[in-house]
Design a protein around this ligand. Structure first.
Ligand code: ADP
Length: 272
């Protein structure tokens, strides 16, 4: 019998099982017109868990992130953040929208980094980073600026605080976008193909920053990426999607090395 000190510490996933999930999808449906992209989708993400969504193009991965960020309208079912309904709740057996104020409140806990950076082009790098902490969280300018400088140092861009995004390379813009998301101290960080628009030689620097974020913070991450070695390194769980359904999910060593499903094998065979 191992002594207690020999026991491995519980994984975030195992710990999370006993807690309220940070993200829960329950019976989620998303349609664009007649196109049903997600149907009867259920999954949970535990506190501090890093989950990567993989699967062919068009399988609904980005839509899932955009639903969590409330950038898409949920057409059926429920999404919960920290156990609280994000868009709709059930009241007297009916599905009713939550208040805008409640939703805005929950939204402040979620940060997202996009494929196309989405920085404000008319603002400097520093202004991009302090905008939401000041105007959404109500932080003082002094506090927001100090934190922004800290974050710029972490992403290696201390000398670019007063530059405009358009004068930066793609890799630099993406590093600013990561700093901007982290400036809100998000509980949840959504990463949507953050290296897909970058030149191959700068992909590594962006992924290394995200590896460090994963190692040094307990932020919960939901990741869509085609970078399989990054997914393998940082994820606690990988979910393979096809046609809006979870084909299989499990720890990266299982999904990447011994997938159960032919669909997963074919997908990985094509991308690895
Ligand atoms: P993935 O991220 O797996 O490539 P997406 O979530 O981007 O997949 O897309 C899933 C499906 O939803 C696709 O069929 C896509 O055409 C459709 N879709 C996504 N966004 C929209 C939109 N704004 N309007 C209409 N259809 C959309």
């Amino acid at each position: 019998m191992p002594t207690p000190t020999e026991q491995p510490s519980p994984t975030p996933a195992a710990t999370a099982a006993a807690e309220t999930p940070v993200i829960e999808f329950r019976d989620v449906e998303k349609r664009f017109g007649d196109n049903v992209v997600l149907k009867d989708l259920d999954f949970t993400v535990g506190r501090g868990e890093r989950v990567t969504l993989i699967g062919p193009s068009g399988s609904g991965k980005t839509t899932i992130l955009r639903l969590v960020m409330t950038l898409e309208e949920l057409t059926g079912g429920y999404i919960f953040v920290d156990g609280e309904p994000l868009t709709h709740e059930e009241r007297d057996g009916r599905r009713v929208p939550v208040s805008k104020k409640h939703q805005k409140n929950l939204r402040t806990r979620i940060g997202m980094v996009f494929q196309q950076f989405n920085l404000f082009p008319n603002m400097t790098v520093l202004e991009n980073i302090v905008e939401a902490p000041i105007h959404v969280l109500g932080r003082s300018k002094q506090e927001a600026v100090a934190k922004a400088h800290d974050l710029l140092e972490q992403v290696g861009l201390s000398d670019k605080a007063h530059a405009h995004p358009t004068s930066l390379s793609g890799g630099q813009q993406q590093r600013v976008a990561i700093a901007r998301a982290l400036a809100m101290d998000p509980e949840i960080l959504l990463l949507d193909e953050v290296t897909s628009a970058l030149d191959p030689e700068v992909v590594g620097e962006v992924l290394n920053i995200l590896r460090r974020v994963a190692e040094t913070t307990d932020v919960t991450m939901l990741i869509v990426t085609h970078e399989m070695s990054f997914a393998r390194d940082v994820s606690h769980k990988v979910m393979m999607f096809d046609g809006g359904h979870v084909v299989e999910s499990g720890p990266p060593e299982k999904i990447f090395s011994e997938p159960d499903h032919d669909r997963t094998k074919a997908f990985l065979g094509a991308v690895l």
